[in-house]
Ligand binder design. Sequence first.
Ligand SMILES: [Fe+2]
Length: 379
Amino acid sequence: MTRRDLINLRKFVAPEFICGYGALHLAGRYARNFGMRQVLLVTDPEVRAEGWTEAVATSMTGAGVSFTVFDSVSPNPRSSEVMAGAEIYQSEECDGIVAVGGGSPMDCAKGIGIASSNIRDICTFEGVDRVRKPAPPLICIPTTAGSSADVSQFAIIMDEAERRKFAIISKMLVPDISLLDPEPLTTMPRELTVDTGMDALSHAIEAYVSTGSSPMTDVHALEAMKLTSNVLPAVIEDPGNLELRHLSLLASLHAGLAFSNASLGAVHAMAHSLGGIYDLAHGRCNALLLEHVISANYDAAPERYDRIGAIFGSESTSPAEKIAAFRRSLGIMETLTDLGVREEIIHTLAGLASTDPCMATNPRRFTCEDIERIYEDAL
Ligand SMILES: [Fe+2]
């Protein structure tokens, strides 16, 4: 960033959030404070099975707030699921939404909110600032530490007809309040902890090198990287440790504040097209692409990448190699080929990634051929 860049106009949007042990149990009180009388409680079957939906429901009942549970949400939330949720929101005459879960239920809840208030199909909101009417009040309670949907202006939805994931980016998607409680994180299986942690790390790195970065987003991005480099290896060894889970939640929060305002880059653009076609876990796609995008981007922001590298060790290896070593230390050893990605599809994947809104703030301009080469490197 040059001195001239420092005075470029930038805005910073963040929701109100409460962070700490027991925050989840404030859901009912805040729903009532927002004037909600009939809530659509958006979640998914896994979170429900772990008992976290029930804990939020108990809080609602205690505060005298009625609710309807909607848990038909896939790991990569579909447009039809959003529209089904919006239909229930209307038919149950809901006046607010509470989302409990990872990025999928939260993104689905955001989609339900804007589809309901604007009475439009969710696929018509694709892109930046395409939402006209504000969504109803939204409370988010994350049960993973990675997506940062609980603080971001983003929602990622799968267009089933076209079998691709698309991004909706709008201030209207920022939740009204997020309740960040470390306790629900303790039931995450190891793989989910790793994948969501690598998602948070990808958010922080992409925000830090984004052409939309600012001194304010840099602070959060760097803190997220420092926390992740220390905490993620520790938390997978001690998953029930509330202090470590809290620190991983903070890492995700910092990364979310950074990327929500600086936007992202090629890793996410390419992960979205992979996730759309192959229906793969988002964090795992990021983890397998990250080091290859860093190599391809390095010359466009060498000082920034060197600073990232310094956080991940003092060896004389490149930042891309340090991130690769970090990935391996977490037990992620496979390639895109191992996930079933075939070479013949790379041209299609690259075409989709090149038009993803996240690509607009990547530090280097990539041609479709450049993107194809990165996918090939990750095979
Ligand atoms: Fe992400």
